[in-house]
Design a protein around this ligand. Structure first.
Ligand code: NAD
Length: 243
């Protein structure tokens, strides 16, 4: 099945990677939308929109897709919790796959992190470290937040337990804290490590991305998967069969 795909954020790093993957998979890129372009016109002649752009651009994408009844694949990160909750309501109107990371390896890392967080007691202190290229605009990464949720859920913790960096004299580490640390530099596509440390041992789970194709393949696969699906918000785990 060949799809007509509209890419929002077309001129960006991910926009380029998605166009290449989509064409290799036999789809047609019918919408090449970036800042200032007419999204409505481009999406009208497409079957689905794939958005990897900027957090402030997401609302217009979701509203346009919902009004045209077109499925949404969203990989954009950097939204606040409130923005996200608000956008999810709009997304319910059409089949939507929204994920902070579209790679199989990272989604498996989330699954393994959930298992570790469930099995290990709170005395195994959890810290999350991510590194990305120096052009990345948001922090922590969407993937680091997915990993944080994989720790918070099984341990009955909340977003208030996240500790974003440490400075000065923060005092002894509490058991409920989940440390979040963002490194930036060079051309790193995306590294993520979750550490569980107790007295005497430390478990580290790491994923390293070396090509954006791992995300664009997941996004194009999600676009194919939404064909014929009922409206609603789906996770990338539904698409990848990792549930
Ligand atoms: P980028 O800066 O290279 O590209 C973003 C593009 O979006 C730019 O061309 C920019 O002009 C465009 N853009 C900004 N505002 C726009 C608007 N209002 N309308 C249309 N286009 C607009 O960034 P990137 O590295 O390609 O990443 C894009 C997004 O995807 C980021 O939020 C990033 O964190 C996210 N990302 C997600 C995944 C994932 O698997 N979910 C993987 C990689 C990157």
């Amino acid at each position: 099945m060949s799809l007509k795909i509209c890419i929002n954020g077309f001129k960006g790093r991910m926009g380029n990677a998605i166009a290449e993957t989509a064409e290799q998979a036999g789809h047609e890129v019918t919408g090449q939308v970036d800042i200032g372009d007419d999204l409505n016109a481009a999406l009208s002649k497409s079957d689905v929109v794939i958005d990897f752009s900027f957090h402030a651009a997401t609302r217009a994408v979701f509203e346009t897709a919902a009004s045209l009844g077109k499925p949404i694949i969203c990989g954009t990160t950097g939204h606040t919790q409130e923005e996200r909750a608000d956008l999810l309501k709009i997304a319910e109107a059409v089949p939507t796959v929204w994920a902070g990371n579209f790679s199989i390896g990272v989604n498996l890392l989330c699954y393994l992190t959930e298992k570790a967080a469930e099995i290990l007691p709170l005395s195994y202190n959890a810290e999350i470290i991510e590194m990305h290229h120096r052009m990345k605009k948001d922090a922590p990464s969407g993937t680091a937040l997915m990993l944080a949720e994989s720790v918070l859920g099984p341990r009955n913790l909340s977003y208030d337990d996240l500790q974003h960096g440490r400075e000065g004299v923060p005092g002894e580490r509490g058991e409920r804290e989940v440390g979040m640390h963002s490194l930036r530099g060079g051309d790193v596509v995306g590294d993520h490590t979750v550490i569980f440390s107790d007295i005497g041992e430390r478990l580290e789970l790491t994923h390293k991305a070396s090509s954006r194709a791992i995300f664009s393949r997941g996004a194009v696969k999600a676009a194919e998967w939404t064909v014929g699906k009922a409206p609603g918000v789906y996770s990338i785990r539904d698409v990848l069969g990792l549930k």
